[in-house]
Design a protein around this ligand. Structure first.
Ligand code: ZN
Ligand code: ZN
Length: 367
């Protein structure tokens, strides 16, 4: 499945937290660690071992686990709540009083599940909050993961080009969004990575606008933010188009966002912190007097999840490293007038970056 020994990598990272076991519940972290795509599973990673451990799931997923997991995992069936009695069975033979330090993801495990574990495993384990270990490892992608995101980005581009062939003017935002979604599925995507955003005119000033049943009028800008999922990996891109002749003000906003986007993009390479890349693009927009119209971060990591680390925002303290996949997506949103966002998805390389999506960024007129 993966060229890198992820369980060994995770065990090494977890060891730095002084824990004996790390619990990883179903979701993107478990998929990354084990390859398991089902909805109910729990890995109990043996931190001291060379990587591997016990994998709990219920009878529905026994066959799937055998197919998806490598032999470093001892798959066990449990009919009980995994984060509770199921886990208690794993530690049943451990002598009372010999506390195992068990790391759990404090951002994912519910208060109820935490209470269950404490009650079921009293005297056997000590729970240690250890969130973020797997997320941080997931930030740096392997070449095979980059290839999947690139394929998803190419498919999404292709789907948008098909959708634009039928024009934008006179069609409702919702029609365009639905057609785009169907095109991505028809071309082989397993789903969308998020519901496409199609917003025109003043409505484009809402960064997360939901498509409306309102026809796209001439003389407006239309922002389309879309992405698909392929082999579990997400793509994400945004383009803003002109429908018919737009005014000088809209044109100037477009030019400003493009300048900021290209400046931010040019800064993407190994070394700088996320917030430093954010600052490069933000400064362009601030200098033009539109600082208050750019109210979100410059970008985010993309992978098994549409929003993951590292963040390119004022709070981004992670230095960029080769293999990270991030978006660069400045926007200027002028309330009641218009909005422009331009977003590329890029891979940080040894020497700079590589853009994974490919549609042109010069202002394009689509009718
Ligand atoms: Zn996006
Ligand atoms: Zn994005």
């Amino acid at each position: 499945m993966s060229a890198v020994d992820r369980p060994a990598l995770a065990a090494a990272a977890a060891a730095a937290h002084g824990i004996d076991r790390l619990l990883v519940a179903a979701g993107p972290n478990l998929r990354w660690l084990t390859g398991f795509t089902g909805s109910n599973g729990l890995a109990v990673l043996d931190v001291a071992g060379s990587g591997g451990g016990i994998f709990l799931t219920d009878f529905r997923y026994m066959e799937q686990s055998a197919a998806q997991l490598s032999s470093v995992w001892e798959v066990r069936q449990s009919a009980q709540e995994l984060l509770g009695p199921g886990l208690a069975d794993v530690f049943a033979q451990a002598p009372q009083g010999a506390l195992a330090r068990v790391g759990f993801d404090d951002a994912q495990v519910s208060v109820a599940a935490h209470r269950r574990i404490v009650e079921e495993l009293r005297g056997r384990v000590e729970l240690v909050p250890s969130g973020g270990i797997i997320e941080r490892l997931r930030e740096v992608k392997e070449p095979a993961e980059v290839a999947r995101v690139r394929a998803a980005a190419e498919l999404a581009d292709h789907a948008l080009l098909e959708t634009l062939e039928r024009g934008l003017r006179g069609r409702t935002e919702r029609e365009v969004a639905t057609e785009l979604e169907v095109a991505m599925l028809r071309l082989g995507a397993e789903g969308v990575s998020f519901a496409p955003i199609v917003a025109h005119g003043a409505y484009g000033a809402l960064p997360h606008a939901e498509p409306r049943d309102i026809a796209i009028a001439g003389g407006t800008l239309v922002t389309i933010d879309w992405g698909c999922r392929l082999d579990g990996y997400c793509s994400d891109a945004t383009r803003t188009f002109a429908v018919g002749e737009i005014g000088a003000f809209e044109r100037s906003i477009y030019g400003l966002v493009l300048e900021a986007q290209e400046a931010g993009l040019a800064a993407v390479r190994p070394g700088p912190l996320g917030r430093e890349i954010d600052a490069v693009a933000r400064e362009v927009i601030e200098r033009a007097g539109h600082g208050e119209h750019f109210g979100h971060g410059l970008g985010h990591g993309v992978g098994l999840e549409i929003h993951e680390g590292p963040r390119l925002s004022r709070m981004g303290e992670t230095p960029l490293a080769p293999g990270m996949l991030v978006t660069v997506e400045p926007g200027v949103y002028v309330p009641g007038v218009c909005g422009v966002r331009i977003e590329d998805l890029v891979c940080v390389t040894e020497t700079g970056h590589d853009v994974l999506n490919g549609l042109p960024k010069a202002l394009q007129q689509v009718d």
